[in-house]
Design a binder for this molecule. Structure first.
Ligand code: AP5
Length: 226
């Protein structure tokens, strides 16, 4: 086991979060960015913002997201590269939702190398397909800051986000057809990229079938001792 790292050392590391839809990537990203002062880059949030712009590109992305279909690799990389170039170089990055294909994984590493950034480690949160479906069919989300809520949370009941005051609604892709499509795509296109990270000793495996607090604690322990 390596030495335990302090917060400053972790602040300068880069991570990607990989896991089935509903595994808690967004939930844990909120915890990790606060704990280690990382910058959070979520491809889903970014694409949802673009999808609200009244333009052919916005409409194209909205149609893909609403049907649970992946945005083409070239488009995703273009959007993402712009965000990376504009990022704050004094803080590490926590990327949630990308990469999802082997091509995205390889291009992301090339971009990191070109931008002189440390290659990201992958935090893989795993849950069963059934747990993913159970969680997503019950999830409520803030349209403004994208915070996810359980039905039992006060923000789901009031419809007002306790983080930012935005509207808390059911996401347009949290219906069973789009959820099934997204999960099928995860197991076919995304799960195989875990091998890529394992082979380069950059894979951190986390059991997502625990309470939110226990998942956070497992990730904290794993990355501080990695
Ligand atoms: P994206 O926004 O990334 O959505 P997703 O893939 O469906 O993932 P989720 O946000 O739904 O899951 P999550 O793991 O963050 O779960 P959460 O923390 O909310 O992408 C949307 C779309 O954008 C894609 O379908 C695609 O079209 C496009 N896209 C994005 N990136 C792309 C890319 N790289 N390439 C191509 N296209 C791309 O948790 C879920 C629920 O469970 C919440 O209610 C939460 O409160 C609850 N919960 C969390 N943890 C626990 C726990 N431990 N126990 C109990 N409940 C929990």
């Amino acid at each position: 086991m390596g030495n335990t790292k302090n917060n400053t050392e972790l602040t300068l590391q880069n991570f990607v979060m990989i896991g089935p839809q509903g595994s808690g990537k967004g939930t844990q990203a909120m915890f990790l960015t606060k704990t280690y002062n990382l910058q959070h880059l979520s491809s889903g949030n970014l694409l949802r913002q673009i999808s609200t712009i009244p333009s052919p590109l916005g409409q194209k992305i909205k149609n893909l997201i609403d049907n649970g279909i992946l945005v083409p690799d070239e488009l995703l990389i273009e959007v993402f590269h712009n965000e990376l170039q504009a990022s704050d170089r004094t803080r590490g990055l926590l990327i949630d939702g990308t990469p999802r294909t082997l091509k995205q994984t390889q291009i992301l590493d090339q971009i990191f190398a070109k931008e002189n950034l440390a290659l990201p480690k992958a935090i893989n949160i795993n849950i069963s397909r059934q747990s993913a479906i159970d969680r997503l069919t019950k999830r409520h989300t803030c349209t403004k800051c994208q915070t996810p809520y359980l039905p039992s949370d006060i923000s789901s009941t009031t419809g007002i986000c306790e983080q930012c005051g935005g509207n808390v609604v059911i996401r347009s892709d949290d219906n069973i057809e789009a959820i099934t499509q997204r999960l099928d795509s995860y197991y076919k296109e995304t799960e195989p990229i875990l091998d890529y990270y394992e082979k380069s000793s950059r894979l951190i495996k986390i059991n997502g079938e625990q309470s939110i607090e226990d998942v956070s604690a497992e990730i904290k322990k794993a990355i501080e001792n990695d």
